[in-house]
Design a protein around this ligand. Structure first.
Ligand code: ADP
Length: 747
């Protein structure tokens, strides 16, 4: 290395100077000037070998011996001037020659050192390094290139890159790219990392990662490419992708399963809850009443559990979408507290709420989810408090302008929670004392749901408690104050109703009612919905297809729209899109639109939300579900207790409606008998669309009439018609016929 030879060079230079002096001195002794320039030039030869000391010393030593010997033979000349000129010229020539030779030698050495360095790097490089000239001829091919592509160096050098490692399909593109660079000076693949396919010597194609850089040197252009075989990485990526897809598939299957199963479980469960509640309104003997009460309690607990499980899995699967809309905080707390007042009274507890005057009336957020969290906390507080009070407070947590948060506290005077359990209770399926929880009911999901919901809302929930001295659950939510929303039609009356008429307003004057537009093609569903709306402060206008729904919406003002997604002609999706478009063209604030469908699948929900629906109701819809949804989505709608079993006044109405539905069951069955004929005919003509529509309708409405089996047949018919499985269709038609016969016999 040059650096290490530095001392040798300076020593050699000193020796050179001394020897030159000696030769000059010796030459002065010769008569005609010692061979004039010759010795000096000859001396220059070893000088050029400055870095090979042995050669140098040998040559200089030889010349010194020769000159000294000549000195001993000849006498000095008389013509001193000529001698001096000759010798001076000789020495200058010597130095110039020595310098030029020295420079040449230096450059040669540097070049070979560079080459050595580059070769070492190329040999040791983990990437294949290839250079090609402007004609795509390979000029460098390192050992890794040999390994990667299988061609030995001798074979690769001088070959055309395109012939060697570029798959035939890409050869033309490669040559065009090269040409483009040569003419325009740019290229899409230059100077960046890309993934391409290459060919191995054995003919197999494989993926490589490639960076190509142009090299401009002394007027010529070449390209340097760094390539890496990424077969393994790609295989790993594909395995990971497959694993992810199968995990997503499993999660999708889980959510489909949950949607299905919850639908299948909830329908009969609703029927059990409804009929036991109904049973409790009749005259019963004491043991009968006790059994009916036990049955009602157990079925309601089961319904809550199924609902919690579904809710939790939806949140876990990231399927819960929060709304961001202005709502009245007082109204939400008021409604939640009102719902539970009865329960508090039963236990002799005081349930109150205080709203700090600083809290703005309207805030942005998801009113329903807030209601759900508060409901859960208050239910727990009532559950774990034997005597005393439960208080709900809403205050401002950080009243500074930038980071204001609204704080909801649910304070009770109950059994309290040990300090070491305060965090654990927010884990799923965790209860402080499973024995006492068994007594109170519940499975430890409520707080886990609350924690996740609050997290989704960007807030925090925690508990403070001292065992035996009550608990406080605190929910801190980011506060975004909202402007007072434009009052929808009929709001003043509705607000008044809220204050005075919980739980039901049996005789609201027509002009004070909230207007509902229902788009539903099935006559049975229409009829059912009419029952549900009976004795509520809602006035319903029913249309039977999407086109009529859009026309009705444009002609009148509605507080909410319920729209069936699958209707003949214009379906619910298209109608919703048209309504939204019309609203924005007329600068109208969006009216809540609830999609009605017999599909409990996420896709249907997502699709409906994507076209502009505000919410989603899965058929069969029960009256409480409908009223809950109306409560939730009509901002200032009169709060209606959707759970009639808790409140005596509404029980009468619910029972009456239930009775009416019961009375219509024979008619429902009669329709199914007619369907049978139509279906058989459609099956004979292979009219799958007709069968699908009939199946879909049956699926949507049968559960509400208390015939889950018929609903299930409807669902299978719909699926088989989609799959064009004629055999399965015939099977299901006969199944429906068998059920109808059985019901006839039972009657
Ligand atoms: P669940 O009530 O269904 O058991 P939660 O997740 O709502 O499930 O509550 C978990 C546990 O936290 C309860 O079982 C109870 O032990 C404890 N807990 C919740 N709220 C209170 C409260 N207000 N006072 C005392 N303990 C409570």
């Amino acid at each position: 290395m040059p650096r290490e030879r530095q001392p040798a060079r300076s020593t050699t230079t000193v020796i050179l100077v001394i020897l030159t002096g000696l030769i000059f001195f010796a030459d002065l002794q010769f008569e005609f000037g010692f061979a004039t320039w010759l010795p000096y030039f000859l001396l220059a030869i070893p000088v050029s070998g400055l870095y090979s000391r042995r050669v140098f010393l040998f040559s200089v030593g030889g010349w010194t011996v020769l000159i000294t010997a000549k000195l001993a033979i000849h006498l000095p000349t008389d013509d001193l001037t000529t001698d001096l000129f000759n010798r001076t010229l000789g020495i200058v020539g010597l130095w110039i020659t020595a310098y030029l030779l020295y420079q040449h030698r230096q450059l040669g050495r540097l070049r070979s050192e560079d080459e050595q360095r580059v070769r070492t790097m190329l040999d040791g490089a983990l990437d294949a390094v290839i250079t090609i000239d402007a004609h795509s001829i390979i000029t460098t091919w390192n050992p890794q290139a040999e390994k990667t592509f299988g061609f030995p160096r001798e074979e690769a050098l001088g070959a055309l890159l395109s012939d060697l490692i570029i798959p035939p399909a890409f050869r033309e593109a490669h040559l065009k790219g090269l040409q483009r660079f040569l003419t325009k000076g740019d290229g899409p693949i230059l100077n960046r990392r890309i993934e391409v396919t290459a060919v191995h010597k054995d003919g197999r194609e494989f993926p490589i990662e490639l960076t190509v850089m142009p090299l401009r040197m002394e007027g010529s252009i070449s390209f340097c490419a760094f390539a890496r075989d990424i077969t393994e990485r790609k295989a790993l990526e594909s395995t990971l992708r497959q694993a992810q897809e199968s995990a997503e598939g499993a999660s999708q299957a889980k959510s489909d399963f949950l949607a299905n199963i919850s639908h299948e479980i909830r329908t009969p469960l609703n029927a059990i809850c409804g009929t036991t509640d109904l049973l409790l309104t009749t005259t019963l003997t004491a043991p009968q009443r006790r059994y009916a009460e036990m049955c009602a309690k157990a079925s309601h607990t089961l319904l809550c559990l199924v609902t919690d499980l579904l809710d939790f899995s939806r949140i876990e699967a990231g399927q819960t979408q929060l709304e961001q809309a202005p709502f009245d905080v007082r109204q939400v707390i008021d409604r939640t507290v009102q719902l539970l007042t009865h329960r508090a009274e039963e236990k002799g507890l005081t349930l109150t709420f205080h709203l700090d005057p600083d809290v703005p009336q309207y805030i942005e957020g998801d009113a329903f989810r807030l209601h759900q969290v508060l409901l859960n906390l208050i239910v727990n507080a009532l559950k774990f408090t034997k005597q005393g009070h439960v208080t709900v407070r809403a205050t401002l947590a950080h009243p500074s302008k930038e980071s204001s948060r609204i704080r909801f506290s649910v304070i009770d005077s109950g059994i309290g929670i040990p300090a070491d359990q305060l965090e654990r209770i927010f884990d799923r399926f965790t209860q402080v004392d499973s024995a006492s929880s068994r007594h109170h009911g519940g499975v430890g999901l409520g707080l886990a749901i609350c924690k996740r919901l609050v997290g989704l809302m960007g807030g925090r929930i925690w508990a403070e408690s001292l065992a035996q001295s009550g608990s406080t659950f605190i929910v801190d939510l980011p506060l975004t104050a909202a402007a007072i929303p434009e009052r929808p039609h009929g709001q003043e009356n509705a607000s008044r109703l809220l204050q005075t008429a919980l739980p039901l307003v049996p005789s609201t004057p027509a002009e004070q009612r909230l207007h509902v537009l229902l788009a539903e093609d099935s006559l049975e569903s229409q009829e059912l919905m009419q029952f549900y709306f009976r004795d509520t402060p809602y006035q319903v206008e029913i249309v039977s297809d999407g086109e009529r729904a859009v026309a009705a919406f444009q002609a009148n003002r509605f507080d909410i729209v319920l729209i069936d997604l699958q209707m003949p002609g214009m379906d619910g999706f298209t109608a919703t899109r048209s309504i939204r478009a019309w609203e924005s063209a007329h600068q109208r604030s969006p009216t809540p639109i609830l999609a009605l469908t017999a599909n409990a699948f996420r896709e249907a929900e997502e699709q409906s939300l994507a076209v502009g629906c505000t919410g989603f109701l899965t058929k069969p819809i029960t009256r409480p579900q409908l009223l809950d949804a109306l409560n939730k989505y009509t901002l200032s709608a009169p709060a209606i207790d959707s759970q009639p079993q808790k409140v005596g006044a509404s029980l009468d109405v619910a029972a009456r409606i239930e009775q009416e539905i019961q009375q219509r069951r024979p008619q429902f069955l009669e329709h199914r008998r007619k369907d049978l004929g139509a279906m058989r005919q459609a099956a004979a003509q292979q009219d799958y669309e007709a069968i699908r529509t009939m199946g879909h309708r049956i699926k949507g409405v049968a559960g509400s009439y208390g015939f889950p089996d018929i609903g299930a047949v409807g669902q299978r018919l719909e699926q088989s018609a989609r799959a064009r499985d004629l055999a399965a269709i015939h099977r299901e038609i006969e199944q429906l016929a068998a059920i109808l016969v059985q019901l006839d016999q039972a009657a």
